[in-house]
Design a protein. Structure first.
Length: 178
């Protein structure tokens, strides 16, 4: 069973009005709305404007939730968690771990958890997980999210390992199939 991050757990338990709607959250919601066929009025820009609000309402109507940003964000996270598939194939898992570890200061120190795949609305498969590794001083830095795309040529095309940003966490928390 996959362990949820603190952020993901809070999103499911608390009303999201307790969380600030920062630009990155809006941006990732816009990407998901677009992938699910809802018109946000242009390219995702992180602005909660009238077209994005209209798309939120349409998404909310389709999935029978309240049309406020927090409710839609919670629904996207819920659908994501329901559709995660743990990586159980050892060869694929090793390939993912090797690819991610290569990007660390000390690849041999890499520790992994919560590696899973999830289909996105456009059919691509996102690979997500958490990695911990040692810094240049030999100390572990704490688990950080990573994500990439699964391809036919390699187990993962790594896109990002988060440092101080929440890009990987948002990508991995909100993606879900139609």
């Amino acid at each position: 069973m996959l362990k949820l991050s603190k952020y993901a757990s809070l999103m499911l338990l608390l009303p999201l009005s307790a969380f600030a709607q920062d630009k990155i959250d809006v941006l990732f919601v816009q990407v998901q709305l677009e992938q699910h066929g809802f018109d946000i009025g242009g390219n995702p820009d992180g602005v909660l404007g009238p077209k994005t609000r209209s798309a939120l309402s349409a998404y909310a109507k389709k999935y029978a939730v309240s049309d406020d940003f927090s409710s839609v964000l919670s629904e996207m996270a819920r659908r994501n968690i329901e559709n995660r598939i743990p990586i159980s194939d050892e060869k694929m898992r090793k390939g993912i771990e090797d690819t991610v570890a290569e990007q660390l200061n000390d690849p041999f120190s890499a520790k992994f958890r919560n590696i899973y795949k999830i289909s996105q609305a456009d059919g691509t498969v996102l690979i997500c997980g958490e990695v911990n590794g040692k810094n240049l001083y030999g100390a572990y830095v704490g688990f950080r999210f990573f994500y990439g795309l699964s391809s036919g040529f390699s187990p993962i095309m790594l896109l990002k390992i988060d440092g101080d940003s929440a890009i990987s966490e948002n990508a991995c928390l909100l993606s879900h199939p139609r």
